[in-house]
Design a protein around this ligand. Structure first.
Ligand code: CAO
Length: 414
């Protein structure tokens, strides 16, 4: 049995944030019914296509384990069918621009009268306030949630990260909101409204930067590369590759860095393992030198320290550095490229990187469920073709007859 078996999700999501959320719920065993506009479907089916006339990887990698039904929810008959689906489901998830469901005629008030047990969950760009009506994509959220102003180097522009903290990050937050609401419904018997704004989710992930904003009022941030020579302004600055925690860290070059953009490793000079690190890089003299042998003494010259470490790492590959430093309890990690991650045997073995077969695309690689439950294993199934399950769902979930289905199809409602 899967953890969410028996939970039925009415999935009105599109693009990335919402689909990330419902894909996780599907991996935990929920029956996710993805409602898509007839003919076009989720716009990402056709975006960033690598193979002509085949659902894009953008779509297929975000919509595993779901069933697809086509339904025009602006058409009268389509709305009647939608209402029946609301009655038949436990959760409705959507991430349209603000007010889209209301414009279709489905306000929260009306949804509650149709199915009081329904949990109605949404991703929006912003919460209540001056921007609540705005449309938002990933990088807008990274900029408005504090990610961009705190990412990059002090002398460079604000920078967005490759990790999709705005879209996928918000989707993960929303999934937690949904299962929490499902848990509460077990006791209350009632559904509720769940909303996660992308700005809020990114800010939550940037929590430590708001911490630093407040620390800044009490003096310079000593673990930041600006210390001791640079100037601090009024806001948390960009900290390059500094660790952000109490243990200094930095990315240093490894053997081959001149030709390989990813021949780097992250090293954290944790105090407890510092002597071993000093010995490994040939600086045994640091161990008894009061200028080096305490975190406080090292703090004003972290750049010098990492330059010394780098002189050593440049003579080794990033994997050799890993092999040498890990037994010494020095936390470190090679900068892995997407190619290396795709080929990594341990990620294949754990099901985090999975090869999936698709009827029109053939086989492709995807990221499986990163959350492992011992009693609810996730098998990754391919994403559905547009409308692949329309008949199945309308007949077996809603009990529609052949005639009803054909009539709805004839009217263009499905
Ligand atoms: N049948 C009929 N109409 C449908 C439909 C269906 N099955 N599914 C959707 N639609 C309609 C909606 O009713 C809406 O119409 P109206 O604008 O007339 O109300 C329209 O399709 C969808 O509109 P949208 O504004 O959501 O889409 P967009 O491409 O213009 O904007 C996005 C996309 C992502 C910017 C916007 O949806 C948004 O801001 N969402 C909230 C934040 C979010 O999740 N962003 C992350 C996206 S991933 O990067």
């Amino acid at each position: 049995m899967k953890a969410l078996e028996g939970v039925r999700i009415l999935d009105m999501t599109h693009v990335q944030s919402g689909p990330t959320c419902t894909q996780l719920l599907a991996w935990f065993g929920a029956d996710v019914i993805k409602v898509e506009r007839p003919e076009t479907g989720d716009a990402t089916r056709g975006q960033l296509r690598d193979v002509p006339n085949v659902d894009s990887l953008y779509f297929t990698m975000l919509n595993h384990n779901k069933r697809s039904v086509t339904l025009n929810t602006k058409h009268e008959t389509g709305q009647e069918i939608f209402e029946r689906l609301i009655r038949a489901c436990d959760v409705l998830v959507e991430n349209f621009s603000p007010g889209a469901l209301d414009r279709m005629g489905f306000s929260w008030e009306r949804i509650q009268t149709i199915n009081p047990r329904l949990i109605y969950a949404s991703v929006k760009g912003f919460g209540p306030g001056p921007y609540e009506e705005c449309k938002v994509y990933e990088n807008v959220a990274q900029c408005t949630g504090g990610g961009a102003s705190t990412t990059g180097f002090d002398d460079g522009p604000p920078t967005v990260t490759g990790a999709q903290i705005g879209d996928s990050g918000t989707g993960v937050h929303l999934a937690l909101g949904i299962v929490t609401a499902l848990f509460q419904r077990e006791r209350s018997g009632k559904g509720q409204r769940v909303i996660c704004a992308m700005q809020d989710a990114v800010l939550n992930l940037c929590r430590v930067k708001l911490r630093d904003q407040q620390r800044l009022t009490h003096g310079p941030l000593k673990e930041y590369p600006q210390y001791p020579d640079g100037r601090f302004g009024e806001a948390t600055p960009r900290s390059g590759n500094a660790s952000g925690g109490g243990q200094p860290g930095w990315i240093v070059k490894c053997l081959g860095w001149e030709d390989d953009p990813n021949a780097y490793i992250y090293i954290i000079t944790q105090a407890a393992a510092f002597d071993g690190l000093a010995r490994a890089i040939g600086r045994d003299d640091w161990i008894d030198d009061p200028d080096w042998n305490s975190p406080k003494a090292r703090l004003p010259k972290l750049d010098q320290m990492f330059n010394e470490i780098e002189r050593w790492t440049k003579t080794k590959t990033k994997f050799e550095v890993m092999e040498i430093l890990n037994p010494l309890n020095v936390p470190c990690g090679p900068v892995l490229s997407m190619k290396e991650l795709a080929e990594e045997p341990s990620l294949r073995a754990s099901g985090t990187v999975v090869e999936v077969d698709h009827p029109t695309r053939g086989s492709y690689l995807t990221v499986g469920n990163p959350i492992k439950l011992s009693d609810s294993p996730s098998e990754v199934e391919r994403a559905p073709l547009l409308g692949e399950h329309t008949r199945d769902i309308l007949q077996n979930v809603l009990g529609m007859t052949d005639q009803e289905l054909e009539a709805a199809q004839g009217e263009g409602a499905v």
